[in-house]
Design a protein around this ligand. Sequence first.
Ligand SMILES: *Cc1c(COP(=O)(O)O)cnc(C)c1O
Length: 621
Amino acid sequence: MKSFGLEIWSDDNFIINNDTININHASKPSLLQIAQEIREKGYKGPLLLRFPHLIEKQISTLFNTFEKAKKEFSYQGSFQAVFPLKVNQFPNFIESLIDVSQHYNYGLEAGSKAELIIAMTKTPIGAPITVNGFKDKEMISLCFIAAKMGHNITVTIEGLGELETIVQVNREFNDGFKKSITPKIGVRIRLHSAGIGIWAKSGGYSSKFGLTSAELLEAYEMLKKHKLLSHLWMIHFHIGSQMSDIAPLKKALREAGNIYAELKKRGAYALGAINIGGGLAVEYSQHEGRQERNYSLQEFANDVVFLMQEIAKSKGVDEPDIFTESGRYIAASHSVLVAPVLELFSQEYNEKGLRLKEKNPPLIEELHDLYRSMSRRHAREYLHDALDHMESLLTLFDLGYIDLEDRSNTEILVNLIIKKAIALLKSEGTDELKRLQNRIQEKYLVNFSAFQSLPDFWGLAQQFPIMPLDKLNIKPTNPASIWDITCDSDGEIGFNRDLPLYLHDIDVSKKEYFLAFFLTGAYQEVLGMKHNLFTHPTEAVIRFDANGEYHIDKLIEAQNLIDVLDDLDYDTNIIDKTLKYRIEESEHITKEEKRELLGKLYLFLSENSYLKTIQAIEEES
Ligand SMILES: *Cc1c(COP(=O)(O)O)cnc(C)c1O
């Protein structure tokens, strides 16, 4: 695990160079170098680094792969794609995405009014916008406004009620005007087939969205009656996120393809596109044999193109344009969360912590001997002896025969013996050793909030690749649990024997040690919650220039304390006045001191909630 599964999850985006993890692009800087440069500017706490070149890579790979599939099958329809905003709406992300996708006519998908406003503002005129989700009259009106601006916008109907509203809004917006402008209309179909995995709730008959066959026929009649058939051009489905298996997608494609062909033959002459939603999976696994997806992008593209062609041919209709709305696949890799380790919590278990006396209880002397003379040949036997002695010593303590120092020596010696035995018996990997390893895991206290930065770990047990930024030439041996700084015991990524994470034995009072959490670019940011009032971390965009040098752009610091409270609708004026008043009115301090305290207080209020860093390093530097 020296490489932390890099070959499984990193898609060649990162490489190990000597002892650091580096960006496998342009001048190949290390993440450590970038993180330190930002910290030197005074930003402490966790850092979210965004890499636009990785967004560009995903977009170009998506388009190129589908173009290749189209060529291979001589497919007549076009390939188009939009980014679903719900996956990441942050401006530093969206602006980078629009910037790097200029050559692809790439658009945005919106699922709410606020997202639609982003799409109307940021999508280049001509690039597609699709609008999904439940809509009221106002939202449909916004779609008409977008169409009148010149946007290439498709409204997806999720139910018959929405269609009625479209008919009504169309009348209000177009009756009496010289030129009638109406958005394109799509219909979301309710599929028989469902996705699999923890997110597979979007497809299937019980899904929240989509029209049944009976409703589809009714929608067709309604569109015909109101002379809107010329706008019906897209069939849409989405079978759920992080599709681990391709089989359900193939089933869904057959179903949707046949619905497309049937409607077209019935008379929906303008129908010309099939939108297969998102769902392309990301490989989050750090562990061999635990991969989360069983297909490649090329296989995915080939299947889509081939099946659509086959259905179109057999039913005698034109091959439809193919749309995708993959979000996770586009966004996940673009960001890395870098967070400093603040403390290790079982460091008391080192030799320095021993308080051996002139004369120790005999069992402790024996433990000490076992520890010193342990060799590979006797490791297992000594280990068992040590565990046995520990039981006896703890009983002696309960009965009042040994003191607290003896008990502390027992704990330290037994932990040292277990560690040594594990190291000596590494190649054997038995269950007993694994169980013991659980016991001696180190707790790494890390300056971040799992609720804010990895909500899917908290809510869905989604794993994210984790590794340190340096020391990668040294084999890490500490079974690690990661604690965040919230006061919530759920904010822990516990050591998992089946998916073990080992980190280095370090002394953070001497040298900083950072952990990086990868593939955090999809869903985590907006789903992240301000539990304990830890906010979105400080973020920066890392851009590479034509010479391959990197630049730290668009730094946005985590919200300061006053702004956090303002967001919760506290009256910050009252907070400010009250704090000031309480210092000024305090009877215990001098005038001089009051001035000093006020200065400090205002400084702290202007900073963010994350811990600044450990004292030892602050004093050193
Ligand atoms: C969420 C969603 C997507 C994006 O799914 P990913 O799994 O992130 O690719 C696409 N289309 C619709 C309609 C969605 O609701």
